[in-house]
Design a protein around this ligand. Structure first.
Ligand SMILES: [Zn+2]
Length: 739
């Protein structure tokens, strides 16, 4: 399963639609005393607020704040006046996802007028916070329900977007938070817990953050706590169902990854890190804690995949904040230093980068490309392919260009100079330029502010003997619209009699580059960007047929088998209709008997062993030699039978290799709903096999790439090209090893 988590964390606050006066470095202090009554959804709060000194003196303009509706705030400080402003329903901040666009949070706006010389005052308020639980549509793996806030017997989730405390502008805050809550409850916020007492029939907690924050969280419920120290940091785990071995696994992993990133980037910026089990499936990264769903935390691979990603967000996003108006750089950087680094440590970074470029190529239509400066948060496969994928490739190219040491030094400087402040790509640019002493304007401009990606092509390869040596000449072209990108294009040349490839980079500053390489032995093959080091659109032939092409296609025809048994037909029809409802693609559903031939103007998704177009799939599978029969198929040695397994295959359309043909079959109808939920997480795969009703994935893989236009064989066809003696590329070291 691919990543099923998405980090919204502080990005929830981004893209506020309120009329905001942006005041840089305004820090407001809140001292909150909160009593929770979850049975009644009720919250009672006293908030002592200290406004910044730099505010206009009183008697001048009033200050305005926004608060969740129905909390009836009253001033407790003599002389302070509160004036409710005309009612307006405000959009949920940060909610850019279409499916949630109807949701509106009831908010109230107040003017506060302070006596002369006063900048500290207290408010008291109370009321109910009651919103529907988050729902996620099964196919829509890329959207995360925006949560307005929750206060109920199953748990509490309050954040800045709940407006559960008075929010003035997009100010930064420091706070103390005293909470009285039911005896069996625990709550977590940012910073450090400095009180934890059970008195009579209640629990009393205090959390405080002296570090500047963008938001104040109050998250928890009936939880069991585990903790151990990780050097100077307290590692904590809060579980809804006690499970000491699971907690221990996360406590140990916390120490391990805090150690890794502290040595790479600089000290972890908080006194604790907590894993909090959520009452719904989520993957949020907040400052000094992460809120993960019950299923998610029990998936065995999360502790070494999504978990380090969430921990690293305490440096990027929750340590250095994102000035999102200038583009969200933190997801790409976090993905690069967590997800990509872990793949490097496992020796699978090349496949990871190819899959990253594959998603960009398949999901991002040329007309819908946006620059990194326009990325806010992911709300579709296409925006994820840009804000995570293209951004992580940008950081990878920076590292290739300046070397590992300078790359890490620049990130350390960026962290040191911007901790607890909002930073943008310009701040990154300054850090990289100052560490390298180079003018890096062009590289930032072409990757960060320009939309799109280059398309590379090699042609006109010739080889000539030159004394003892050989000359290899070729032409590289950039085929994308618009001006040239300045690229350091990696080349690997296979030489006769040599195991190790001859590797170099050529600098390409124009759209066409003719180059000649002088080589010590006869070359028989040249590979352009063989390790997928460049951000670029891949050629169709560089990408194996995969579900990304089906999910990324503008138009898809779903063809159901009319000859199947009624129960099976019904199962496929429900699957197709659920997909239709959740998808933003132009989808049409037909029975196979209704059409004469497969169309070539769209992706086609066939269903069922009984589908009359199944022979087209069999034909297209010929190069891969997997022996699909009417009884079953064998994939990577795993037999899948017609009766017991669900099978998903993708191939190129036999009559148009630009189009994708997919086939899905499951005689076990009970497996189909689960299959529909799971498939979006397997986009980059060519073939999949599942067992059982859930169903559980038992085999997955990609077809080999048979003829990449970026690999050119140089020996004449009559000779026997020594392809089998695959040449090796120089080994690379991961950016860091795990301690
Ligand atoms: Zn993230």
């Amino acid at each position: 399963m691919a990543r099923c988590l998405w980090c919204i964390g502080l990005s929830l606050l981004f893209g506020l639609l309120l009329p905001i006066l942006v005041l840089a470095h305004q820090i407001i202090r809140h001292e909150l005393h909160v009593v929770l009554q979850p049975d009644h959804h009720i919250l009672q709060v006293t908030d002592s607020i200290t406004l910044p000194e730099t505010l206009p003196p009183s008697g001048a303009a009033p200050r305005y704040f926004t608060l969740h509706a129905g909390l009836s705030p009253l001033p407790l400080t003599a002389g302070v006046q509160l004036v409710r402003q005309p009612t307006a329903t405000l959009p949920v901040p940060g909610d850019s996802h279409a499916s949630a666009s109807e949701s509106r949070l009831p908010l109230e706006r107040y003017a506060v007028i302070l006596p002369a010389g006063t900048r500290a005052f207290a408010l008291q308020y109370q009321g109910a916070i009651r919103h529907a639980s988050p729902q996620q549509s099964p196919q829509d793996a890329w959207s995360m329900p925006e949560l307005s806030g929750m206060l109920a017997t199953e748990g509490i989730y309050l954040s800045g977007t709940t407006y559960w405390y008075p929010r003035f502008d997009d100010e930064l805050v420091t706070f103390t938070l005293d909470v009285q809550l039911p005896l069996t409850w625990e709550v977590v916020s940012q910073g450090e817990r400095t009180r934890h007492e059970r008195v009579n029939d209640a629990t009393y907690l205090r959390w405080e953050s002296s570090a500047v924050q963008e938001d104040i969280y109050l998250v928890g419920g009936p939880l069991t706590e585990y903790r151990q120290s990780a050097g100077p940091v307290q590692a904590m785990v809060f579980l809804r169902t006690p499970d000491a071995p699971l907690a221990q696994k996360y406590l140990d992993a916390t120490a391990q990854y805090l150690g890794l990133y502290t040595s790479m980037l600089g000290p972890y910026p908080y006194p604790k890190f907590a894993l909090v089990e959520n009452s719904w499936e989520s993957g949020y990264g907040m400052p000094s804690f992460t809120l993960l769903g019950s299923k998610v935390i029990r998936l065995p691979f999360i502790v070494s995949s999504s978990y380090p990603h969430e921990i690293l967000h305490n440096w990027w996003g929750n340590g250095v904040f994102v000035d999102v108006q200038q583009g969200n750089w933190c997801e790409g950087l976090t993905a690069y230093l967590a997800d990509h680094l872990l793949q490097e440590q496992r020796g699978s970074a090349i496949a990871y980068r190819r899959a990253t470029l594959q998603r960009y190529t398949d999901y991002v239509a040329v007309h819908s490309e946006i620059p990194l400066t326009a990325f806010r948060a992911r709300h579709s496969a296409a925006t994820a392919a840009i804000g995570y994928g293209k951004a992580l490739m940008f950081f990878h190219m920076l590292r290739q260009q300046i070397g590992d040491n300078a790359f890490i030094s620049a990130l350390q400087a960026f962290y040191r100079n911007n901790l607890f402040q909002r930073a943008d790509f310009n701040a990154l640019h300054r850090a990289f330029a100052s560490v390298t002493g180079e003018d890096m304007s062009e590289v930032f401009q072409q990757w960060v502010t320009r939309p799109g990606a280059p398309e590379l092509r090699i042609s006109a390869t010739t080889v000539q003997a030159d004394g003892q040596d050989y000359r290899l000449s070729a032409v590289l072209d950039q085929g994308q619209p618009g001006p040239a990108y300045r690229l350091h294009v990696p080349l690997a040349v296979s030489l006769q009699g040599q195991k190790q490839a001859w590797q170099t980079n050529v600098l390409m500053a124009e759209k066409r580059l003719e180059f000649t390489l002088r080589l010590p032995a006869k070359p028989w093959r040249v590979d352009v960007d063989p390790e997928f080091d460049l951000m670029r659109r891949l050629h169709r032939e560089e990408i194996p047929p995969a579900l990304t092409q089906l999910f990324g296609a503008d138009k898809v025809l779903l063809l159901l088998p009319a000859a199947a048994a009624d129960e099976i037909k019904q199962g496929y029809r429900q699957f197709a209709q659920a997909w239709l409802q959740a998808s933003s693609q132009a989808l049409a559903i037909r029975w196979d008997q209704e059409i004469e031939a497969l169309p070539t103007d769209r992706a086609v998704w066939l269903f069922g062993w009984e589908n009359r177009f199944l022979p087209e799939v069999t034909t297209a599978l010929t190069p891969y030699d997997i022996g699909l029969t009417h009884e079953g198929v064998r994939l990577e040695g795993t037999p899948l039978t017609r009766e017991q397994h669900a099978v998903v295959l993708t191939v190129r359309h036999p009559r148009d290799p630009q189009q994708t043909l997919a086939w899905t079959a499951a005689q076990n109808v009970a497996a189909l709903p689960g299959l529909g939920r799971k498939l979006p997480h397997y986009g980059t795969y060519s073939f999949l096999g599942f067992a059982g009703d859930e169903p559980v994935n038992i085999v997955k893989g990609q077809w080999p790439v048979l003829a990449s236009p970026m690999s050119v064989l140089l020996t004449p066809a009559t000779g026997s090209p020594p392809q089998e003696a695959a040449t090796q590329l120089a080994p690379r070291r991961p950016l860091m090893s795990l301690p």
